[in-house]
Design a binder for this molecule. Structure first.
Ligand code: NAG
Ligand code: NAG
Ligand code: ZN
Length: 378
């Protein structure tokens, strides 16, 4: 009874979804017709990133982002000034707009939030957003020694000498983005929950909601002291090469459930899942990456504080090593087993020859392999 009701409800939802998506088809068709020849702002996607090159001239430039950070090639620059943030501690009296724009989950930020020190100018916050993968595929944009983190946060700022983000975006010293790597930890991250708890309100493309302000500083890693710095671009079209990137070495932890919520809640065009919204790493073309800290002091082993996900990635990248190891182990086991059965066989026939008794079955010593069956009552 209940089951058939649910089934009917489900079918109806499917019908509604398909009819509304065909409406979207029509309107996006119109958009495309409309924007033909002029700007192609509307229809770029992560599936075909090579197509960005023909539609947006800067995407093929020599200072593109994201990049891989080879920690052994980073230049330690002790004079890099530390980042000092201002006005990040918003309160509930601020209202922040959370938007699913079809490419990412974006939170608008008030201009009272700033990077006070760290650059030659003050930079004003405009928005923050995320990049992620799926539960199977880690989706940070930047990689560390070719390893992706599960997700990445970008806090976008513009130079205060320009009127707004749009104007600054085309200027050489226009933008400063703070980036943080998001890893999986054992605990819920209460600060991220301020955003993630509103995901169901922005599940469809171009939907938005308003959430109360909170301390945005807490979305960034605990330590802002250790960071990488390089010159790059927007990681989405039009790929303007006007971003001074700051990527923190300390990562952020959210729970597996929270990450899954980000990966599985949002829809993009045609009602498809919004996931894997990360651009592939771009060539350095001779650019230098600076760091505010020592990266490869020889004594330290890589991944001294590995997260579960780093583990996962290391496992993935060395899958062939594992395969070989298991192959060898299997062969060894097989060999040992063969020798064992051969010996048993010999012993058995010898036994049979010596005494003409029946074979005695010898049970395994109790308590060795039978822990589970010999649980004592206390
Ligand atoms: C940004 O500033 C420019 C120059 O002052 C102005 O023309 C433009 O309308 C502004 N755009 C927005 C979105 O405020
Ligand atoms: C942080 O720095 C250490 C030391 O160089 C490195 O092993 C680790 O991968 C770095 N992590 C990130 C996210 O940069
Ligand atoms: Zn971004």
């Amino acid at each position: 009874m209940l089951l058939s009701f649910l089934l009917i409800l489900h079918l109806q939802l499917l019908l509604v979804a398909s009819s509304s998506s065909s409406e979207e088809d029509k309107s996006s068709e119109r958009d495309r017709q409309h924007s033909k020849g002029s700007s192609h702002q509307h229809h770029w996607g992560y599936q075909d990133q090579d197509a960005w090159l023909s539609a947006f001239e800067y995407c093929g430039g020599k200072s593109q982002s994201p990049i891989n950070i080879d920690t052994h090639k980073v230049l330690h620059e002790p004079r890099l000034p530390p980042i000092q943030l201002d006005g990040y501690d918003l309160t509930g009296s601020h209202s922040l707009t959370l938007l699913n724009n079809g490419h990412t989950l974006q939170l608008s930020l008030p201009s009272s939030m700033r990077i006070r020190r760290g650059f030659d100018h003050v930079y004003v916050a405009a928005q923050l957003h995320f990049h992620w993968g799926t539960t199977e595929v880690p989706g940070s944009e930047h990689t560390i020694d070719n390893i992706h983190y599960p997700a990445e946060i970008h806090v976008v700022h513009y130079n205060s000498k320009y009127a707004n983000l749009t104007e600054a975006a085309s200027k050489a010293d226009g933008l400063a983005v703070l980036g943080g790597f998001i890893a999986i930890g054992l605990h819920e991250n209460d600060n991220y929950e301020k955003i993630l708890s509103a995901l169901s309100d922005v599940s469809t493309e171009e939907s938005l909601t308003v959430i109360p302000g909170f301390n945005v500083r807490h979305l960034l890693p605990n330590s802002l002291e250790r960071f990488y710095r390089y010159s790059g671009s927007l990681t989405t079209p039009p790929c303007l090469q006007t971003v001074s990137w700051t990527l923190f070495n300390d990562s952020i932890r959210v729970s597996r459930r929270q990450l899954a919520a980000l990966e599985e809640s949002l829809k993009t065009e045609h009602n498809k899942l919004l996931s894997k919204n990360f651009r592939a790493p771009q060539l350095l073309h001779g650019r230098k990456i600076q760091s505010s800290f020592h990266t490869s002091d020889s004594g330290k082993t890589r991944g001294a504080t590995p997260t579960e996900t780093q583990d996962k990635n290391i496992k993935e990248s060395s899958g062939h090593i594992l395969a070989v190891t298991f192959g060898v182990l299997f062969a060894a086991t097989f060999l040992i087993f063969s020798i064992y059965t051969y010996r048993q066989h010999k012993k058995y026939s010898k036994f049979k020859k010596d005494s003409k008794q029946d074979v005695i079955y010898k049970p395994a010593p109790i308590g060795k392999d039978t822990d589970q069956t010999t649980v004592t009552v206390s």
